[in-house]
Ligand binder design. Sequence first.
Ligand SMILES: [Zn+2]
Length: 523
Amino acid sequence: MTKKCFPYVRFSSTRQEDGSTRERQNALIDAFVAKHGLTVDRALEDPATSAYRGLNASKDGVLGGFLNEVRKGEIEKGSYLLIENFDRLSRDKIVRSNKIFTDLLFAGIKVVILDKNKIYDADNLDFGDWITALVEFERANKESERKSDLIGKAWNINRNKMRSGEIVTKKVPKWLKVEDNQFIVDLEQVNRIEQLFKLSLKYGLLEATKQYNQLYFDKLAPHQVQYILGNRKLIGEHQPKKLYWEDGGKRRLKDEGKAIPNYYPVVIEPTLFFKVQKIINDRKPFTGNYNKQQYNIFRGLIYCRWCGGTIRYMNKGERDYFICTNSMGHKCVVPGQQSIRGKKLFSLFFQFTYRLNIQSLIEENKDYSNIKNEMLAIENKKNKLQSSIDDFKSRLKKMVIDNQSIPNSLYEVLQELENDFSALHESSKLLEEKYNQATQSYNALLEVEHIDIESIIYDRSEEAIEKRVAYNLTLKSIFKGIAIDWLSDMLVLEFKDGTVRYLAEGQRVPTDIPSDIDLPDLE
Ligand SMILES: [Zn+2]
């Protein structure tokens, strides 16, 4: 019998590496699998995932999911885990890396380090092997730590420069530009913004936006206006941000120290600015602007990958957006307004969902084909038994007609056969239920495939709305959640069965997500 293996590929994906690191890992895997005649049970991959703070081994990582199964004893003993080198497994602190390694070995999993062509196995692991592993883990951790320190230091220097009034980045708000190391104010822009503040003293958000657009032939959306009105850069403040890691490896941006006052030129009178803030805070945002007509097919499913916040869908005629609601109030961990055009998101989603997901659901739901085979086997047995019973009955009938005496034991046999039959019937019913559950998501996808969803997204008729509501319910039966990653223009699809898929434009797996690096100010 061939042994099962689980190839594991991870890349944190900096821009320079793109696909090559993945290809390199896969090439090593293919060679080993072929050489040792292994059966690949399931290919594991953590794309764009850092192992420095253990994200890949956390519950959000694919490796984390696998480790969970290993620890519960769900992975067959003697199976192989194939990795390029120890770095793939972990770049975390040595005590955590060692735990992952020993948990694997303890559960009877053989860990193969492909680039050393070395198989680690609990039964013949010697002291030297162990030390080698520890040394490798320590080196991987120190490497990441050093990289992170360097980038962190560069940003500390930048932040200190900013505090002493030096301009360190050319990324500045749109009413400013940098020339000869000086901020130049665009007066035209500032006048417009000031007008917006004055309108907001008198009118609600929607009306102020409307009046502003009429005045300047502009096309600002209310959420953009709301963002501008709350932007403290207008009163000169700059808030440095720092990236940090939560337990479990999740990245968060948080304020680094106090905001630097008077970093930018003050372009809006602080009294006017704070008066408008008070008006905004006393008011509910977007009241009356959200109605049934805007019912979007992702409602209740979609969220911000960075802050976990809810996403609002805004459809204003030609423009439609999905926006992180936290970012409207400057509360998302990614600074700045985070939104994606509706058309873009829909095309990202529909480009792949049908083909990709139906296939992956079939492939990854391992119960699926097993159950089907079992069902067929039982159906076979049932048919055979049925014909034996029929045969037996007709012989009994014949005996009755021929006036032969029928021994009681024959009735007992018939009774037994019929009991067997109903037992088979019961288990086939159970299997059918299991099968239906396993294929529920799959069937749901098949169902919605027939709906021409793209034609009803922007339709405001009652009928189209009803279809969108129905489509939304179907999506909810398939997906656990859909996260938008603004930084990499990517969607993360989480299926009900735990499968995770990444969708980026033109490809399934993104390649340019910042991972082990500190983020510059994004505005
Ligand atoms: Zn957010």
